[in-house]
Design a protein around this ligand. Sequence first.
Ligand SMILES: [Zn+2]
Ligand SMILES: [Zn+2]
Length: 220
Amino acid sequence: MRQWPDLTGQRFGMLVVTAQAESTATGQRRWVCRCDCGNERIVMGSNLKRGTTVSCGCKRYKNLEGQKIGKLTVIGRSDKYGSRGKRKTQLWECKCECGAITYKATDTLTNPDISMCQDCANKYAASKARANAGFKDGTQLTKIVDMTPTAANTSGVRGVYYEKKINKWRARLRFKGKTMSFGTFTRFEDAVFARKEAEKIYFGEFLEANGLELKEYNEE
Ligand SMILES: [Zn+2]
Ligand SMILES: [Zn+2]
């Protein structure tokens, strides 16, 4: 009978043998190993010595170092761990496009939709929510696409207001959070014309860029 050495305390890759485990039915010796990632695993002695098993399984993940995924560039493996159910998973140290350092597990890192730091993820979620509400760059698309005057507007044309003080019509346009004036006019029609021209200039390009068309509001 061949004399097997006691492997307790020995290191094989990321594994350190902590105790002997029950041998297999065919008498092959097995060892309890603690992986550097914190997981425990029972490994056959032959696999340890041949170098077939070098971790609890966490090392099977491909090395993502230097890769750019989503907004993140992988710096390397960190000494931080996250949990995936009962398992622990080593986290990658990553640098976000915004400059922030963040730690990601392989599964979240390799998903380009969420491959970003928490700050960027929050901004992304907020911009998505705004997009769903019809906002883009601070302008609500659903509002500018439909030019029907609001209830508060008395002229019948959006962006055209009568200014009692000066006895004139004013053409205004709100775009990307800013209200711009396009002059005051004695004739209502002139103010409407100014507003329509402003719409073409400011909204036309903007809507085109977003694949939308301006619905003309007909006041006649
Ligand atoms: Zn491991
Ligand atoms: Zn970021």
